[in-house]
Design a binder for this molecule. Structure first.
Ligand code: PLP
Length: 391
């Protein structure tokens, strides 16, 4: 097998440099642990941007489902249906708000489907989408159009009709809505934007504002679901129901599974020919997704995320690290805001074998796998606290 150095060199030679990659090649993962090509072990408290944030790395139930399905049927195209995608769609809709599901592979694609569905459902002439400052909805042109300008540089022009307002500012939302608005898109907790949690009052007012303006409410749950925040879906914290919900990241336990879920009223808007995705809902990925939802149910991971997350937040709040301004989040989607840039903290933790992330310069992000062993989580948090206390 190639050495770490060789893999990094080959990466630089053969891969487009669009990611600010670290010079590390990962070769193995199990639960909350990762190993690089030099054999170094890491405690993973970030779960690959949340992608393995429910099941951890290479969960045996997900691996078994993939192996089983790989020998049976990997792809048949969407002219036909298949059992795993039916099972997964049922698992999602039964725990959400009913309705129907469109499958794809990435959060951005799920949001593209949501934009198209919202435009059709809202009716002729309605094309505008309101989103929020510090949001993140993906890198494809439609999703990018809803995402902050700093990500759009050089790719303009964007889709027409996007207006951004501050999360929490309901008056600004009301002023932005008009008879050309198709939808408002909101993350029930902003991930990339700094783990920002809106209030219940704001989310209820937002729902009401959409209703009175004839606009749809889209919840982008690519980061927040399933189970991560201590509810199956994070909108369930706020007593509101969206018209459309998008999913991605952790839904496949590390395998590409994303979805656009339409509420019953809008479930048949996308008629044949209106949208598609060749490999969307293919049996192999869908089997992984179905295994993830089954695992959450069987191991009660929703409640576990709520309890474990609260314990982590409490521990971080009382750790005595003076540089910590605020610890916020829900369940195991946690932000630790520092009074200084957090890049050094991420580097020092990594040097000591613990993986975390920083966003918006000063907000450390923790999103360990819900199933992470207590002793491993403890070890990771101890290291993080030691780094913070001695910063
Ligand atoms: N929506 C949210 C809330 C996200 O955090 C992300 C990615 O981080 C996306 C959408 C885009 O997902 P993907 O990278 O799978 O396209």
């Amino acid at each position: 097998m190639a050495t770490q150095r060789e893999l990094v060199e080959m990466t630089n030679k053969h891969l487009i440099p669009n990611y600010g990659r670290l010079p590390v090649a990962m070769v193995r993962g199990q639960g909350g642990r990762l190993w690089d090509a030099d054999g170094r072990e890491y405690v993973d408290l970030f779960g690959g941007f949340g992608a393995v944030g429910v099941t951890g790395h290479s969960h045996p139930a997900v691996a078994a489902a993939i192996k089983r399905q790989a020998d049976l049927l990997q792809c048949c195209g969407n002219l036909f249906t298949n059992a795993p995608q039916v099972e997964l769609a049922k698992a999602i809709t039964e725990r959400a708000f009913g309705g129907k599901v469109f499958f794809c592979h990435s959060g951005a694609e799920a949001n593209e489907a949501a934009i198209k569905l919202a435009r059709l459902a809202a009716g002729a002439g309605r094309y505008k989408i309101v989103s929020f400052n510090d949001c993140f909805h993906g890198r494809t042109m439609g999703a990018l159009s809803l995402t902050p300008e700093k990500f759009q540089k050089g790719f303009e022009p964007m889709l027409p009709g996007n207006v951004k307002v501050n999360l929490g500012d309901i008056d600004a939302v009301r002023s932005a809505l008009d008879d050309k608005t198709a939808a408002v898109i909101v993350e029930p907790i902003q991930g990339e934007g700094g783990m920002n949690v809106p209030t219940e009052r704001f989310m209820r007012d937002l729902r009401a504002a959409c209703d009175s303006a004839g606009a749809l409410l889209i919840c982008d749950e690519v980061w927040t679901a399933p189970a991560r925040t201590g509810k199956w879906f994070a909108y369930q914290h706020y007593g509101v129901t969206p018209d459309i919900m998008t999913l991605g990241k952790a839904c496949g336990g590390g395998i590409p599974v994303a979805a656009c879920v339409a509420a019953p009223k809008h479930q048949d808007v996308l008629q044949p020919g209106k949208h598609g995705c060749t490999l969307g809902g293919n049996p192999l990925c869908a089997a992984a997704g179905a295994a993830v939802f089954k695992l959450i149910e069987e191991q009660n991971l929703v409640a576990l995320a709520a309890a474990k997350g609260e314990a982590i937040m409490q521990r971080m709040r009382t750790a005595g690290a003076k540089c910590v301004k605020e610890v916020r989040g829900k369940g195991m989607m946690i932000g630790i805001e520092l009074d200084k840039p957090g890049k050094d903290v991420v580097t020092k933790c990594m040097e000591r074998g613990v993986l975390i992330n920083v966003t918006q310069e000063t907000v450390l992000r923790l999103a360990p796998a819900i199933v992470i062993e207590d002793s491993l989580l403890d070890k990771g948090l101890e290291t993080l606290i030691d780094v913070l206390v001695n910063l």
